[in-house]
Design a protein around this ligand. Structure first.
Ligand SMILES: C[C@@](CO)(OP(=O)(O)O)[C@H](O)COP(=O)(O)OP(=O)(O)OC[C@H]1O[C@@H](n2ccc(N)nc2=O)[C@H](O)[C@@H]1O
Ligand SMILES: Nc1ncnc2c1ncn2[C@@H]1O[C@H](COP(=O)(O)OP(=O)(O)O)[C@@H](O)[C@H]1O
Length: 290
């Protein structure tokens, strides 16, 4: 990814990561998608996107991703979708400082799409409300709506039915196994547990839960299994989303940094605080009441 970033962009915004604190798969729909129950909480660890308005209507992503052609990049797709929906004559120049690992289950692509929708809606003055942007975002990925809403949530359906909640804000050590896990392949795996019992909304913050995708990913990706073994020998460890990233919770930053130091020679990892009010919305000055 080439990364010459502008120093004078009109709008600079974060696209934060998320964790799935648990991920239960409760069934498979007729269209092949899976119903799930999960908690999304944000991390104060983010990509950074830079936006300038263009008057000629062109949407240009300047940062090159090695593995993702521009047309299929979720940033370009989000910008094109908002432009088509609102028929604005305006365009945009966009750059990204990419920090979030791709295919890691921390939602970087979805978060990039959500940040792009909120940024351009503001720069283009296209006045779509959150629920309109969330439904546009859902066309790009199941996790985009929660990033648009910017509040930690219990999610059902394919992740789009959101009930806002406030799980404890903690410090996390997040390990990044060097592999990109393909979400579709995890959901296709015959060994995936698809019949976890549904939980009631009022119990969401009372249970510890688990991640149904974890066993499949540990079984199919030795790199993830190795990282999980190293980490779980020391701390309770869980996978986020469909992997590959793994996380352990700590009460203080010091504890999380100490754990990072212990594992640093063997695993690539970062420490971040979880938050119920997204860094994106805090930066935009949107007061969610959270
Ligand atoms: C399961 C989660 C939890 O956060 O995993 P991560 O992507 O974060 O790891 C997400 O909701 C994933 O959302 P997203 O990554 O947008 O998935 P999509 O691109 O919509 O789906 C990729 C493919 O996975 C399968 N899929 C995805 C979501 C779902 N609830 N059921 C499915 O069966 C479908 O085959 C789909 O074609
Ligand atoms: N802007 C983007 N950032 C990251 N991934 C993107 C982007 N646009 C498209 N993708 C594609 O989406 C896939 C999933 O990306 P990502 O959201 O980072 O992972 P996950 O859904 O596992 O958290 C990537 O492997 C990549 O092929």
């Amino acid at each position: 990814m080439s990364n010459k970033l502008p120093t004078d962009a009109e709008l600079v915004l974060p696209a934060p990561a998320k964790l799935n604190l648990f991920l239960h798969i409760t069934g498979r729909r007729a269209d092949g998608y899976h119903n799930l129950q999960t908690i999304f909480q944000f991390l104060d660890y983010a990509d950074e996107l830079f936006f300038n308005t263009r008057n000629d209507g062109i949407i240009k992503l300047h940062t090159h991703f090695i593995d993702v052609p521009h047309d299929s990049n979720l940033i370009t797709r989000a910008a094109n979708l908002l432009k088509a929906q609102t028929k604005t004559p305006l365009g945009a120049d966009i750059w990204i400082n990419k920090k979030l690992p791709m295919g890691g289950g921390i939602g970087g692509g979805s978060s990039n799409a959500a940040t792009t929708l909120l940024a351009l809606n503001r720069l283009w003055n296209t006045r779509c409300d959150f629920s309109k942007l969330a439904s546009l975002g859902l066309q790009l990925g199941a996790d985009v709506p929660v990033f648009i809403q910017g509040k930690a949530a219990f999610a059902e359906g394919i992740g789009e039915q959101l009930t806002f909640i406030k799980p404890p804000e903690q410090w996390y050590l997040v390990a990044i196994p060097e592999i990109n896990v393909n979400t579709a392949n995890v959901f296709k795996d015959p060994n995936l547990t698809r019949n976890t019992s549904s939980i009631n909304q009022q119990d969401v913050l009372l249970i510890d839960g688990h991640n149904d995708c974890q066993a499949v990913v540990l079984n199919n990706y030795p790199v993830v299994k190795h990282a999980f073994t190293l980490m779980s020998e020391q701390y309770p460890t869980r996978m986020t989303g469909t992997g590959a990233c793994l996380f352990s919770a700590f009460t203080t930053q010091e504890q999380a940094l100490k754990a990072q130091n212990q594992l640093a020679t063997q695993l690539s990892c970062f420490v971040a605080q979880s938050t119920n009010h997204s860094l994106l919305h805090r930066t935009l000055g949107i007061n969610s009441g959270f």
